[in-house]
Design a protein around this ligand. Structure first.
Ligand code: HEM
Length: 452
């Protein structure tokens, strides 16, 4: 008799029938990820026309072409810019060409191994506070997504505008949350260029909270100029002291502010999602959780994890890597082709939209065995995972500048929590993966938390 296959963690129901414009609109309202057809996990490229010509690219060689070898011909799509520019200006995340290049050169040393390691103490302190809050809720059901948003926001607030700069954290947090919720309902329809008459998810945002945030940030930057750097220097100190190695240019207050807000927007929710999905997966598979707890408890005893512990926590790191595969926070990226090209034998014309559906790449049948299954041991030997099969942080010159910062934070927090608590699912409250600006668990990640 055949044994039943083991249950799979939650996933997005990818559609199997071709969708018309109206149907696509309905699906996009529910969940942008539902627009990705199931076949995207089976073929290397899919092309179509919805007002504009588009290609969905899942082929690793094609992805290398777009993200690395011909990166100049594939700038970020106009939609990405329209969504993010009001919040973060022409900063590192959205800028192109020379404007991007000098900012990247200036910011790169800020995220060097030495500086990120020095910021580990901030991450350990936030992990400890998060564990204390959870200890207060032991025995109850807790929304771990909300808890992880608080923990990662503390980290990013402490390493951008740390205490003493007169920066109202709660106000900033609220403004950014509101911005993401109200403005940033990325519609794949926009990316695919659907006709104007197709209604879009609402964009009611007035921008006043974000304007107030920018004013506060400017004040905090000016205050820091007179106060001097902190120990260890935070991201603001490092960026303020930095300059473009080629031109010597330094950032103005407005440029510093836009980039620091970029780090907050790009860095905190993505890391919170990674942690929340990792905890969901640990609750889903108790054997994996127990093994990771044994590892963490052996290394940590009852203390909080630090940067020095990272090499001794490979299982915890593998869970983070696998969570980023199954639920990549940036579930798809998009580019606009500027020059004629050929991708996987398909003709690409200038103006075509190229969608890089990372969610589908990470669950592609030709690239991953049992693609939908939770198996952290896939990452036991990181070299065994080919580079362009796995792109949670993108790749090429525009690869995430905060990747090692995020991974360090995720392992420190996850190891600390697993050593102290057991997480179990709450029946009937599985999270539903929904794409807003990022891939979020709708309804939160509700788990029962118990001390071990
Ligand atoms: C798990 C957490 C994170 C994930 C999954 C993530 C994902 C990504 C991805 C996929 C990109 C490339 C986007 C594209 O090519 O279109 C990116 C770029 C970027 N990320 Fe992250 N990110 C994370 C954490 C962070 C953190 C902690 C920071 C800063 C503190 C950060 C700052 C940035 C910036 C500034 C860029 C733009 C880089 C450039 O264009 O030169 N991210 N991120």
């Amino acid at each position: 008799m055949l044994s039943a296959s083991p249950p799979l963690p939650v996933r997005v129901p990818l559609h199997t029938q071709p969708m018309g414009v109206w149907q696509s609109f309905r699906a996009a309202q529910r969940n942008v990820l539902e627009l990705i057809p199931k076949i995207a996990t089976e073929v290397p490229i899919l092309s179509g026309k919805t007002g504009k010509r588009w290609h969905m690219l899942m082929d690793p060689d094609g992805l290398r072409q777009v993200l690395r070898d011909r990166v100049g011909d594939y700038p970020k799509s106009v939609v990405t810019k329209l969504i993010l520019e009001p919040a973060i200006g022409d900063s590192l995340f959205v800028a192109e060409g020379a404007q991007w290049m000098w900012q990247r050169r200036t910011a790169a040393p800020v995220f060097s191994h030495r500086h990120v390691t020095a910021l580990g103490s901030v991450m350990s302190a936030a992990a400890d506070r998060s564990a204390a809050r959870l200890a207060g809720a032991a025995g109850r059901e807790v929304d771990l997504f909300e808890e992880m948003v608080s923990a990662t926001f503390e980290v990013i607030a402490d390493v951008t505008f740390s205490d003493g700069s007169g920066f109202d954290r709660d106000a900033v947090h609220l403004a950014i949350e509101q911005y993401i919720r109200e403005t940033a309902k990325v519609s794949l329809l926009d990316i695919l260029g659907a006709p104007r008459w197709v209604p879009r998810p609402n964009r009611l945002f007035t921008g006043s909270a974000m304007r107030a945030t920018k004013r506060l940030a400017d004040q905090a930057i000016e205050a820091r100029r007179t106060e001097g750097a902190k120990t260890p220097p935070d991201l603001l100190d490092l960026l303020m002291a930095g300059s473009d190695p080629e031109s010597g240019r330094q950032m103005t207050t407005a440029e510093l502010r836009d980039n620091l807000l970029t780090f907050i927007v790009a860095g905190h929710e993505t890391t919170a999602l990674t942690l929340a999905w990792a905890l969901y997966l640990c609750a889903f598979d108790q054997d994996v959780q127990t093994a990771a707890r044994e590892e963490a408890a052996l290394v940590l005893g009852s203390r909080v994890a630090t940067v020095e512990d990272l090499p001794a926590l490979p299982r915890v790191r593998q869970i983070v890597d696998e969570a980023l595969r199954l639920y990549p926070p940036a579930a798809f990226l998009s580019r606009t082709a500027m020059a004629p090209d050929t991708l996987c034998g398909r003709e690409v014309r200038p103006g075509d939209t190229v969608i890089l559906p990372i969610y589908a790449l990470h669950r592609h049948r030709l690239l991953w065995e049992d693609a939908d299954a939770f198996r952290p041991e896939r990452f036991a030997d990181p070299k065994a995972v080919p580079r362009f099969h796995y792109l949670p942080f993108g790749d090429g010159p525009r690869i995430c500048i905060g990747a090692s910062f995020a991974l360090q934070e995720a392992v420190i927090v996850l190891a600390t929590l697993l050593a102290r608590f057991r997480f179990t699912p709450v029946p009937g409250r599985d999270p539903k993966p929904v794409m807003i600006l990022t891939l979020r668990p709708e309804g939160g990640v509700w788990l029962k938390v118990e001390r071990v």
